[in-house]
Design a protein around this ligand. Structure first.
Ligand code: GLU
Length: 285
């Protein structure tokens, strides 16, 4: 049997904070404990916000923490052609459609529906409203468009209940075999007008390409695993085992943000904290 493979996959659209450090250290520790491999992958498909400097700083912070990972590091922004090919496969299955609505059209459509119905438009597990358009959308041939998953069609094509193996737990204590719930996400975006992929698509195809066996990440991504399992099924990819961990919270009990000065590794380091102290504060020896 080949060795288990773990990865830490930050999106450096800001500096890494204690939450990232916890996830990276946990991945490395779990890999070490089972004789597995540890990779770092840079998820920088948002090339405007994920600058070269931030990518460089992220790797530098991880090094400072004392982590070691295999080279070369996969940077998603260098592989757009690969994601395009995966998107083509989904198009061939007939489960994607061109989505033309702009952000402001989406907002207006939802406001209008809410005022007519007097109830809130359905939200996804992250609290964002579900896409109000659908596969029936049309526009002039050259109109810029995104590609969205026709969730109803995808679930009909799969036509079997799905689960994922959860070794950690979800926000409501979900663990072991967790049932996939695609409907709660609606028609997720898989490629944007200006980016030929999305977080969901590239994370799934890269985990498979890199032979990741254990996805260890924060509970904020727990429910997104439903979308990931659906894409794995459609693209015939072997699913990894999932382990979602609790998030590092600030003193007010809120999730850390990339702009919060006091918890970025850079600032803690500038304030004189050692990597050892950071590791200890997060519960690692
Ligand atoms: N790049 C994602 C993030 O920073 C994490 C992806 C994952 O671990 O699945 O939120």
């Amino acid at each position: 049997m080949s060795a288990p493979v773990f990865r830490f996959a930050p999106s450096p659209n800001g500096h890494l904070h204690l939450g990232h450090a916890y996830s990276a250290l946990l991945n490395a520790q779990m890999a070490h404990e089972c004789g597995g491999r540890f990779l770092v992958r840079i998820e920088d498909i948002d090339t405007v916000r994920c600058t070269d400097q931030l990518c460089h700083d992220a790797l530098n912070d991880l090094e400072w923490l004392g982590l070691q990972w295999e080279q070369p590091v996969r940077r998603q922004s260098e592989h757009f052609e690969y994601y395009k090919k995966q998107l083509e496969k989904l198009k061939e299955l007939g489960v994607l459609y061109r989505a033309f609505m702009t952000r402001s059209q989406i907002r207006k459509a939802i406001e209008a529906a809410e005022s007519v119905q007097g109830t809130q438009w359905p939200r996804d597990p992250d609290g964002a409203p579900l896409y109000p358009g659908g596969p029936q959308e049309t526009a002039a041939p050259d109109t810029p468009h995104a590609w969205r998953l026709d969730m109803t069609k995808a679930l009909a094509l799969i036509n079997t209940p799905m689960i994922w193996q959860e070794a950690g737990n979800g926000p409501a204590g979900e663990t072991a075999e967790v049932a996939v719930d695609g409907t709660s996400w609606g028609d997720v975006i898989l490629a944007r007008k200006d980016t030929p992929t999305s977080y969901h698509l590239s994370v799934v195809v890269d985990d498979a390409l890199q032979g990741i066996t254990h996805v260890v990440r924060g509970q904020d991504l727990f429910y997104a695993t439903s979308v990931h399992r659906i894409l794995q099924h459609l693209l015939s990819l072997t699913p990894p085992c999932y382990h979602h961990h609790g998030l590092v919270l600030n003193d007010e009990g809120k999730k850390l943000s990339k702009s919060a000065r006091d918890t970025s590794l850079r600032d803690l380091r500038a304030d004189g904290m050692s990597a050892r102290e950071v590791r200890r504060r997060l519960g690692f020896s």
